[in-house]
Design a protein around this ligand. Structure first.
Ligand code: AMP
Ligand code: ZN
Length: 114
């Protein structure tokens, strides 16, 4: 989608600190990390949020979680654990309107979130 930050990162138009990439997703380090490890798992297909998901994306979402576990393992998070987060909409705290999942770890993460 034109003028979408994460579409531009996925297309290589805007640089990112990449941790993983394949034909369906790109994973890169968050520009303003809130944990020692904070990466974003971003499907390359433009979907504004989880509100736009349908059964057609079931394979994509399964792939996102598979990649998340793989990247968590590669970044040393598997033993102590980690959190996968999706923020949706205004109350969810979503700031970039392109579907993405945060993978956070490297410290104890409080619950519930603020
Ligand atoms: P959310 O608030 O859930 O929509 O998450 C958007 C995330 O994108 C935030 O954690 C931002 O710090 C991050 N972010 C914004 N711009 C960039 C960028 N150019 N490269 C990497 N991460 C970014
Ligand atoms: Zn986009």
């Amino acid at each position: 989608m034109q003028n979408c930050l994460f579409c531009k990162i996925a297309g290589g138009e805007i640089p990112s600190n990449k941790a993983y990439e394949d034909e369906q997703v790109i994973v890169f380090h968050d520009i303003s990390p809130v944990a020692p490890v904070h990466v974003l798992i971003v499907p390359k297909k433009h979907l504004a949020s989880t509100n736009e998901l349908s059964e057609a994306e079931s394979g994509l979402i399964a792939h996102v979680f598979k990649v998340a576990v793989q990247v968590a393992s590669e970044l040393g998070l598997k033993e102590n654990g980690y959190r996968i987060v999706n923020n949706c909409g205004k109350d969810g705290g979503q700031t970039v309107d392109h579907l993405h999942f945060h993978l956070l770890g490297g410290r104890y993460l409080d619950w519930p979130p603020g």
